[in-house]
Design a protein. Structure first.
Length: 317
């Protein structure tokens, strides 16, 4: 694709995202109101031109085809346009639309920043090594079921190693990208962080992707990117005190989080989860306001951690 054509596609995508965001923020809005906002857009409409009604409807069709987002018209109330809600949108917030939501958010933020050039220095972001430069190659390899050869520097080894893996899926967690892949050498599935890859190339060797494998199912009972077949599924119960309970309520640690008890002192949450290392670490980050109730082994583990920290801070420096 030529750079001229690429720029045209990118511009169209920005317009689509702008239109979705504009309607979504308004709730319901007329074509005339949309046109006023469009003529006031500094970044996407430098010439301050109107958006023709035909172009508007062409954009509606393209948005539905590309993003499966339906822009409907309420004809009985002044021909006001709105985003049709999916009846099942709250049934599974983690799954199939995750990539779409992530992409929409990325484009929306990009558009907002372009519209706010004068205050860019007042909008701060984290500088996190995501390994995004390898995403394109992994997506290509996953699409064609091709192995990749990578040079990988794990934290547990002094020197990097080069080997082939069979990429099954990509997962983003805490603003870092990971690939779940089968290692032919170990004959097991392993997680690799893209920011620890030093070199990567797609091979010509194909692999058989299991027809019954579900990436979503693989991570369903996991907190983050650690999924262990050797760890049993358990019921975890924690008491969360003070204002920390509000953070848990507004941003659940896991999709299985359920409020089972609350009073003026605490809220008790229950999880059906494999309590892997990353989940335990997450709970311990809030240890000042979080008390593990079940299972007993996890409660004892927390008690031991607290005792060890107490000894460390009570000794003389």
């Amino acid at each position: 694709m030529s750079s001229k054509k690429s720029n045209k596609v990118a511009t169209l995508l920005k317009r689509y995202i702008w239109l979705v965001e504009t309607i979504q923020q308004a709730g319901k809005i007329t074509y005339e109101e949309i046109n006023i906002k469009w003529t006031n857009s500094d970044d996407l409409n430098e010439l301050k031109e109107d958006i023709p009604l035909r172009t508007f409807h062409n954009h509606r069709i393209a948005i539905e085809e590309l993003f499966n987002i339906n822009i409907e018209c309420d004809r009985q109330n002044g021909y006001r346009y709105y985003i049709e809600k999916d009846e099942d949108e709250n049934k599974d917030k983690n799954s199939k639309n995750g990539a779409l939501t992530w992409m929409l958010n990325a484009f929306a933020i990009s558009n907002l920043l372009n519209e706010s050039k004068g205050i860019r220095d007042r909008i701060l972001f984290e500088n996190i090594p995501s390994g995004h430069q390898y995403l394109t190659k992994f997506i290509g390899a996953i699409k064609e079921n091709l192995t990749v050869e990578m040079t990988y520097q794990s934290f547990g080894r002094k020197e990097p190693n080069t080997y082939e893996i069979e990429p099954y899926c990509l997962k983003v967690f805490r603003q870092r990208w990971y690939v779940l892949a089968r290692s032919p050498y170990y004959d097991q599935l392993r997680i690799y962080s893209l920011d620890r890859i030093q070199e990567l190339k797609i091979t010509n060797s194909r692999f058989d992707y299991p027809a019954d494998f579900s990436p979503e199912g693989f991570f369903y009972y996991s907190f983050g990117i650690i999924a262990s077949s050797n760890q049993d599924l358990e019921t975890v119960e924690v008491k969360v005190y003070n204002n920390q309970r509000k953070y848990f309520e507004t941003l659940p640690l896991h999709h299985s989080q359920t409020l089972i008890e609350e009073n003026s002192e605490y809220a008790m949450f229950q999880y059906t989860i494999c309590p892997t290392y990353d989940f335990v670490q997450e709970l311990f980050m809030h240890a000042e306001n979080v008390e593990v109730i079940k299972p007993e082994w996890l409660r004892k583990e927390f008690a031991n951690k607290v005792q060890q920290m107490s000894k460390m801070y009570n000794r003389k420096i």
